[in-house]
Design a protein around this ligand. Sequence first.
Ligand code: UDP
Length: 379
Amino acid sequence: MKILFLDQSGKPGGAELCLLDIAKTYRGCLVCLFADGFFRTMLEEEQIPVKVLATAIDVQKDSSTLQGVYSIGRLLPLAISVARLSRKYDLIYANTQKALVVGALASVLSRRSLVFHLHDILSLEHFSKTNQRIAVTLANRFASLVIANSQASQSAFIAAGGQAKLTQVVYNGFNLAAYRDIASQRQPTRQALGFTDRDFVVGHFSRLAPWKGQHLLIEALTHCPESVSAMFVGDALFGERDYVTQLQQQVKDLHLEHRVRFVGFRSDVAELMAACDLVAHTSTAPEPFGRVIVEAMLCGTPVVAAAAGGAMELVADGVTGWLVAPGDPVKLAAVIVQCYDRPSIAQEIAATAQIQASQRFDLTAIARQIDRILVRVVG
Ligand code: UDP
């Protein structure tokens, strides 16, 4: 099957990393990006054909109706280019909200089927009413299928007016081979990072953004023993520079400089997770899926997650990890201390999670599932 994938971002967020794994399985595909960046390089490294259709798209998440309509007008030239390209493909696969807008217009022009992969929770915490309405209206009217990345995303789509019959939940898949034997990387990676055996390292893997809640882990450290440190992996991908300054100030104010490390965006996430004693997910708003939670499980590292959205579908509290109320640094600290005090119990839970995660999120099985439903759409 020949698929034309559309994604608005040149930066590798969770939606883009998911797309990369799916696109890899389709030889005759093309990925069109609406912005250039490191994600293009990642696609090229995997020999996935990629084309950057550079344009200024400014539908902000909090756009008003007027801005929304105005921006859609500005997208028309882009949609015409995509429509031309799509004539060589069986299907247009929109991977983000703005890609949905362009893909919907292009699908009308080229009469190609449209699939929308929904990686977001359409709620006011993430999107303005206008943008929710645009996404739902376009998906209802033009998409043959909406792949929701969790039941949480699916429910929010339906609650926002999306047609239930269009939707199908498919979780992200992960290449299990990348995690085999990852535990052997623990010691060398810890050494390279300068951690000793005495350090209890809590890793946080996410772009730096207020709703990802890095500040909560910093706050939680003040309720933990001195040998507990935090390592933040990820960068401000979408211009959240004020938040970065705020985090640095918080570390200074709490005198935690010796216990907190920011290592920036990294491509060796699995190795870094294996080097951690615990991975913390601290989003303050419901996470649509939460790739980092599954990745930690696959690495065999215990994980604590914020109890909302997709995370609730990934973690069984006390069985495959821990769930704490979002925005509660004291409860988060309690779980950290529990893992610190009883490492063997934490390891048992992590081992159960590792087995379950490799059964539930195997990329080979999930890619097959996606292919089956796409064949139905095209067929
Ligand atoms: N990630 C990465 N390098 C980093 C930080 C994060 O490759 O420095 C990856 C992480 O491993 C995960 C993705 O970015 O696969 C984030 O996905 P998630 O679903 O957790 O959050 P999203 O970005 O979709 O909000």
